[in-house]
Design a protein around this ligand. Structure first.
Ligand code: 1GP
Length: 241
């Protein structure tokens, strides 16, 4: 039995790609900031090694997530994973959903509330649902996740608390851990934290927030990130890879 089957009972699908030898690169598209009329143009510029597109944001208007994904899908066959800031962004037009629980926060709305509200859409959904422990880590500036959820990020100076939070997520049944420094972070999650979390949980690991150079990207991969997410740099036309 392959590792992904052992972890989740999934044979094919997006979750399984986390168990390939390849390091994954996801480009984050925020429907709120994305110009759908230029979807093709943008997608031609992103790195060839891009493996996935993540779609979501903290403040996305009704229906925008769906129309954004339709515009993307008309231009590329890359798999699209929802990374929703709230339940209203969930749409069947995507391929998979990071079912995020903000484990570093104490706001019940983002631990379980939004999840219950999303069941109406998910009950008969064909989306691949990936239970994800989402951990917000201080990236040196206040980020949208903190503003919207009120959750204080965990400090990079306290790696033990980050490791314990990730491990608690694993024991709660999360299949994936996402270490998030916040979109536009001044400092990405450091390699020491990534490697300590990876070693402790041995689950697929996503790392994102503030990555804007080749060095930062390879540090994250070397430390154990299976997927790195990049949004702001590419949004600003900095296609550094
Ligand atoms: C944010 O991790 C992502 O959720 C990406 O962050 O926009 O800083 O690349 P950036």
């Amino acid at each position: 039995m392959k590792e992904a089957e052992a972890v989740q009972g999934v044979k094919n699908g997006i979750f399984e790609t986390f168990f390939s030898e390849k390091k994954l690169l996801a480009v984050l598209i925020d429907p709120d900031k994305f110009d759908e009329t230029c979807a093709g143009d943008f997608l031609r510029k992103i790195p060839q090694v891009t493996s996935h597109l993540l779609v979501g944001g903290s403040n996305v208007g009704n229906g925008k997530s769906e129309s954004c994904i339709k515009a993307i899908k008309a231009e590329t066959s890359l798999p699209v994973i929802l990374f929703p800031g709230d339940h209203s962004q969930i749409t069947e037009t995507a391929d998979a959903l990071l079912f995020l629980s903000l484990l570093s926060g104490r706001n019940p709305e983002y631990l379980i509330g939004q999840h219950i509200k999303s069941i109406k859409k998910l009950r008969n959904s064909k989306l691949e649902i990936i239970p994800t422990g989402y951990i917000l880590i201080d990236g040196g500036n206040e980020c949208a996740v903190e503003r919207v959820t009120g959750a204080k990020p965990l400090l990079q100076e306290d790696p033990q608390l980050i490791v314990d939070t990730a491990l608690a997520g694993k024991f709660l049944g999360k299949k994936l851990i996402y270490l998030e420094a916040g979109s536009g972070a001044q400092k990405p999650v450091n390699g020491k934290i990534i490697s300590e979390v990876k070693e402790a949980v041995s689950l697929p690991l996503i790392v994102g927030g503030g990555i804007r150079s080749r060095e930062q990207l390879s540090e994250a991969y070397k430390a154990g990130a299976d997927m790195v997410v990049i949004g702001t740099a590419f949004e600003n036309g900095n296609f550094f890879i």
